[in-house]
Structure formats: structure tokens, C-alpha cells
Design a protein around this ligand. Structure first.
Ligand SMILES: C[S@@+](CC[C@H](N)C(=O)[O-])C[C@H]1O[C@@H](n2cnc3c(N)ncnc32)[C@H](O)[C@@H]1O
Length: 428
């Protein structure tokens, strides 16, 4: 299939990579960030324009597909439907609209954070949907929320995908996905062998970091409780209640905070002997302060927990431990995941793989930039997936239909339509 496309808010080119693989030719790209533009040009040989708000639509070539992962912003609550110019003015979505209005491409594929679906009490989605409709595009009524781990890529990254088909071209069938049917995925699919990493030592945890995590491992393996705590462990609250640093202000604390303090205290009461000895040892480690003296165990309940089998992130709220099956969403800020079983941080190449970029992709040589750019990027596999759905791939449309994703509902509907049939007949 041959087609032309434009890549708005192009970043490092997640859309470009997928669209080019499907046979598309990029005729225009734009991003306000100079470092992203450099990475884009290095990989695709196209120099993106800068700030899209400053670009005249007549300077953009005609194209078949408009692509854009635009930042999520609030629209004015106009009350009555005024049309895109009034409701969307001042937002970057407005710039997408003025390009659509002028060029009328056959398709547009847009992406945004999951929050867009509920943002501003649903007003944001309503304005986007109705505006695209008003510009002459068919858009599925409900926001489609999807994550790479739904198709076997080990990253949990829920995003809203907006497929727009010009009304004279056709209409998309509704998209269904049964989250009870998430296929298994494995982080081994994207991990490099340690001996393939040239500057391995810069990703490895230091001895003092290993000791600090070992201490938390000892904690989680030795505390006695009904099930492993899902609430945050705040080590400064593991003490008699009258010694709690918040004791004097307890009555004024918000409910959620008081709740955590009381749960920590209960844990201490049940494990006094172990915890008091453990705290003396844990505090000797130079990492054990502030957020690092907190643990967020989010790996579920299990008989013989071992922190090193899981994925960790050092977050402002504590050392967060997640199941070792897939990574949490890459984020632009530097909270690079720790691969427990390798006792090291994820490398930029592994981040590229989590976003389904090929190994030939050249990332920014400044590591902080590379992590940021992959954290902002879109998963290439999902662009390809939704582009194929939007272009009319019948197999894909069938696979994500109500009858395949939720056969039970179809069965029940059929039986309620024909109650006199027996189940066997209805299902034949
Ligand atoms: C969520 S990222 C999109 C990333 C991209 N889809 C990718 O695969 O890398 C949003 C991008 O919008 C860009 N941006 C924000 N404001 C912009 C503007 N006024 N004009 C052009 N680009 C802008 C940011 O620099 C950022 O790279």
C-alpha cells in the first residue's frame, strides 16, 4: 500500500517508523523540541519544522494520512457546541483541526494519554469527538484505550487512540478488547544479554544500592502478616504510635495518610522484634533516607517473595516493586526501571525495544535525552496496529469485534432473541 503522511508532534518518530513500514512516505514533520528534531533527522533524513502553531497550513504538502500524538489540554466549557474554532482555540488540537480542515486527508490517527478519556469530566473527549465529526470524519464514539502489553509487548502503557476516517471513505466498526484475554508477555523478549551491553558497569546497581534493596528484601521475606502489604511501608512509621513523627498532628491529617500510618503501626505491632533489629541494620545504609526509606510493594501476594525477581523503580514515593512480567510505562522523567534479576537499570536500547523501535534506530547519545525521548514516544507496534485497523484490515477488525472478544454476550443476546431455541441450536 502506498500513501503519504504527515507527522505532527513527531518526537523521535514512533508514527514515522510504523507508517513507513506500512508503505507510507512522510512529506512533512514538526516538533518544537530541537533534540527530538535531531534524532528524527538522524534516523529518517527529514528535518522537522518547529512550533506547529506558527506554521501556515499552505506550507504543509497535501497528504493521505495525518498522524499526531498531541499534548492533552483542557478546552473551554462552551456549554453549547460552537464548532472547533471557538471551542479548541489556544490548544494544540486546534492546530490539528486547521490542517484537517484545509487538507482534508483521507485518514487521521491521533494518540493521547489515557486520562484524555475522562479529562475535564469527559468534556475533552466530547469536544475532540464532535469537532472531528464536524470536520467530516467518522470517529468511533467511545475513546479506544489500549496498551502494548495487550499485544504481547512487555510494557504497560495505556493510551487513547483516535482513528478518523473521512466520511466519504467509510466508517469503522466499533473496537472491542476483552482485558480478560491479555496474552502472556515476558520481559526477556526485550532484554539484552549483559555481555551485549558495551558500558554495562554504568547500568549496574552499586554495591550500596544492592545492599539497600537487599535490606528491603529481608523485610518483605520476614514480616509476618496475613498477606503482603499493598499499602506503602513508611519506615519512620514502623514504631509505637506515640513515637510516630506525625503523632501530634494525627487529628488534622487527611484520611488516606492516617490510614497508612495506622496500617504501618499495626505491622510494627505484629513484628516488633524483627522490625526493631531490621531498622538498626537498614539505617546503616547510606541510601536509607527520604523516599528510599519507603517501600511500595505492588507485586501482589505470594508465598516466597523475592524482590530480585521483580521490576523496581525509585520514585518520589518510595522504592516501587512491580511484578516481573512487564515494565511500567516508560516516562519522560528519569525513573528508569531496575531489572531485578539483572541488578541493573534498563538501557536506552531496551527502552527502544519497549517502544518497538528496530535495533537499527539511532538514539540520542546523551543518555538522559534518550530516556526522555523514549518516555515521550509512542509504541511503534500500536501505531501499526491501529493504522491497519483504520485502513480496513478485515482480519484485525474481525479479531477485535464484539463477537470474537465477548462471545458470551453474543450468545446471551442470541438466546434472548430466540428464547425457544436450545443452547446447542443457538450456537451452531
Ligand atoms: C507525546 S510527544 C509525541 C512523541 C511522538 N509521538 C514520538 O513518537 O516520539 C509530544 C510532542 O509534542 C511536541 N510539541 C509540543 N508542543 C509543540 C508545538 N507547539 N509544536 C510542535 N511540537 C510540539 C513535544 O516536543 C513532544 O515531542
Amino acid at each position: 500500500m502506498q500513501f503519504t503522511f504527515i507527522d505532527l508532534f513527531c518526537g523521535i518518530g514512533g508514527f514515522h517508523q510504523a507508517m513507513a513500514d506500512l508503505g507510507g512516505e512522510c512529506v512533512y514533520a514538526s516538533d518544537i523540541d530541537a533534540d527530538c528534531r535531531k534524532t528524527y533527522e538522524n534516523n529518517y533524513g527529514i528535518k522537522p519544522d518547529g512550533d506547529i502553531t506558527k506554521v501556515d497550513v499552505t506550507d504543509i504538502p497535501p497528504h493521505d494520512v495525518l498522524c499526531g500524538g498531541f499534548p492533552c489540554q483542557s478546552f473551554s466549557k462552551a456549554g453549547k457546541r460552537l464548532g472547533f474554532a471557538d471551542e479548541t482555540k489556544g490548544t494544540l488540537f486546534f492546530d490539528i483541526c486547521r490542517i484537517l480542515k484545509h487538507h482534508k486527508p483521507k485518514y487521521a490517527l491521533l494518540e493521547n494519554v489515557r486520562n484524555l478519556a475522562s479529562h475535564d469530566g469527559g468534556n475533552t473527549w466530547r469536544v475532540i469527538h464532535d469537532t472531528l465529526d464536524g470536520l467530516g470524519y467518522n470517529v468511533i464514539d467511545e475513546p479506544v484505550i489500549f496498551s502494548p502489553h495487550y499485544i504481547g509487548v512487555p510494557q504497560h502503557r495505556e493510551r487513547v487512540f483516535i482513528m478518523c476516517v473521512r466520511k466519504d471513505i467509510g466508517k469503522l466498526p466499533p473496537f472491542y478488547f476483552n482485558i480478560g484475554k491479555i496474552p502472556p508477555c515476558s520481559i526477556d523478549d526485550i532484554l539484552l544479554d549483559d555481555n551485549e551491553i558495551p558500558d554495562l558497569s554504568s547500568y549496574k546497581l552499586r554495591e550500596d544500592q544492592i545492599e539497600w534493596i537487599d535490606n528491603w528484601n529481608e523485610f518483605i521475606q520476614n514480616i509476618k502478616c496475613e498477606k503482603l502489604p499493598g499499602f506503602p511501608i513508611w519506615s519512620d512509621c514502623l514504631c509505637p504510635i506515640e513515637e510516630n513523627p506525625y503523632f501530634s498532628e494525627m487529628e488534622t491529617l487527611p484520611k488516606w495518610q492516617l490510614n497508612f500510618i495506622l496500617k504501618n503501626n499495626e505491622l510494627w505491632e505484629q513484628n516488633k522484634d524483627f522490625i526493631s533489629k531490621w531498622l538498626i541494620k537498614a539505617k546503616r545504609n547510606r541510601n536509607f533516607f527520604g523516599a528510599k526509606a519507603k517501600l511500595e510493594w505492588q507485586a501482589g501476594n505470594m508465598p516466597n517473595p523475592n524482590i530480585w525477581e521483580h521490576i523496581m523503580q525509585i520514585r518520589p514515593s518510595g522504592l516501587r516493586v512491580k511484578p516481573g512480567t512487564y515494565f511500567p510505562a516508560l516516562v519522560a522523567i528519569t525513573q528508569t526501571s531496575i531489572v531485578g534479576k539483572r541488578k541493573r537499570f534498563l538501557t536506552p536500547r531496551e527502552c527502544a525495544r519497549l517502544q518497538s523501535f528496530p535495533d537499527s534506530f539511532q538514539y540520542d547519545e546523551k543518555k538522559a535525552q534518550a530516556y526522555k525521548q523514549f518516555g515521550n514516544s509512542i509504541n511503534v507496534g500500536l501505531v501499526s496496529f491501529f493504522a491497519r485497523y483504520m485502513f480496513g484490515d478485515k482480519n484485525l477488525q474481525h479479531k477485535y469485534s464484539l463477537e470474537v472478544q465477548f462471545p458470551q454476550i453474543i450468545k446471551e443476546q442470541t438466546l434472548s432473541l430466540f428464547p425457544e431455541w436450545n443452547t446447542k441450536k443457538a450456537l451452531q
